[in-house]
Write a protein that binds this ligand. Structure first.
Ligand SMILES: [Zn+2]
Length: 321
């Protein structure tokens, strides 16, 4: 699955994502949990197969020597843990009560924390010693020999009878693990994007604003070139043309004159001037390159032109000044 690139989301998409993100995470966690349950189930099936093999091995070669003793102690330990613990607490409690005259609750706590575990450890040590003695009596060799035989037969049965299903289960577990990591990556990406949502939104907004401004500028540019073309049309049949700013005369009889003339925004675009016939005027390239973003008044001052006179000229041409 290809990861989503939240950096390329629009502002509106991010707003929706901000709302849906937590829900998505919950869904992903849920899916992952379901896969965990499936994996657990498959693993218990593997355990069950092992259990089945164990039973058939023991049917053939009997149980491990001394295992009846081991089972006996295991059972004693598992089944009677509660009695052990209770006995320990009682013994500890009596011990404290006799020696130190503490309030009863403190005695009980002290007994449980100090004396109880001591007695438990003692009992466990006793069991270990007993087990060692039994092992000595039966003989470690017999157990080792049995173990080797057991393992060999176990592997044999596993290979002969259960190879295919075991392989299949392993494959399924592997696939589920892969799916889980994909879900994890997806979830991590969402969490990361949610953590950065403020800056992502800001970036998207800036990008969209810039795009809007660029689109507006493009429109303005095409409007300006349209006005320039129609201004040029007005002087199509003239032989001479005078720059309304510098009053230099230009020979425009050969039609290359278009290259000599620029269309200036009298009130500059940067200051809100529009690309209309009233605000645009044909001027010589030299004047246009000097005026740039200057207002008419600033331009006249710098070029030492008479501002009032220039205004009159422009007004006569039907321009807004
Ligand atoms: Zn000029």
């Amino acid at each position: 699955m290809k990861n989503k690139d939240y950096k390329s989301y629009s502002y509106d998409q991010l707003l929706t994502f901000e709302k849906q993100g937590p829900v998505l995470i919950e869904k992903l966690v849920d899916q992952s949990d379901k896969k965990d349950t499936k994996i657990k189930d498959l693993k218990s099936r593997l355990e069950h197969i092992d259990e089945t093999i164990k039973t058939s091995v023991e049917k053939k070669i009997g149980v491990k020597p001394g295992s009846s003793f081991r089972n006996f102690f295991d059972k004693l330990y598992d089944d009677n843990f509660g009695y052990f613990a209770g006995g320990c607490i009682l013994l500890g409690f009596l011990h404290l009560k006799i020696n130190v005259n503490l309030p009863i609750i403190l005695s009980a706590m002290g007994a449980f924390i100090l004396i109880g575990p001591g007695i438990m450890i003692g009992l466990m040590l006793g069991l270990t010693v007993l087990e060692t003695i039994i092992k000595f009596l039966i003989g470690g060799d017999a157990q080792d020999k049995y173990q080797k035989k057991y393992e060999k037969l176990f592997e044999q049965i596993k290979k002969d009878k259960h190879k295919k299903p075991i392989e299949l289960i392993h494959k399924k577990i592997e696939d589920l693990d892969d799916e889980k990591s994909t879900l994890y990556v997806e979830r991590r990406d969402i969490e990361k994007a949610l953590n950065e949502i403020v800056s992502l939104k800001r970036r998207a907004k800036n990008k969209e604003d810039r795009a809007k401004i660029a689109a507006f500028n493009n429109k303005a540019r095409s409007a300006a070139s349209y006005v320039r073309a129609s201004l040029l049309k007005e002087i199509l049949n003239k032989k001479k043309w005078e720059c309304p700013y510098c009053h230099k005369m230009y020979d425009i009889e050969n039609k290359n004159y278009t290259k000599l003339l620029d269309a200036d925004h009298i009130h500059p675009v940067h200051k809100g001037g529009l690309s209309t016939k009233q605000n645009m005027i044909l001027v010589c390239k030299s004047c246009n390159s000097k005026k740039k973003t200057l207002t008419l008044r600033q331009f006249c001052k710098i070029r030492r032109l008479d501002y009032e006179k220039t205004c009159n000229v422009l007004e006569k041409m039907g321009k807004d000044v």
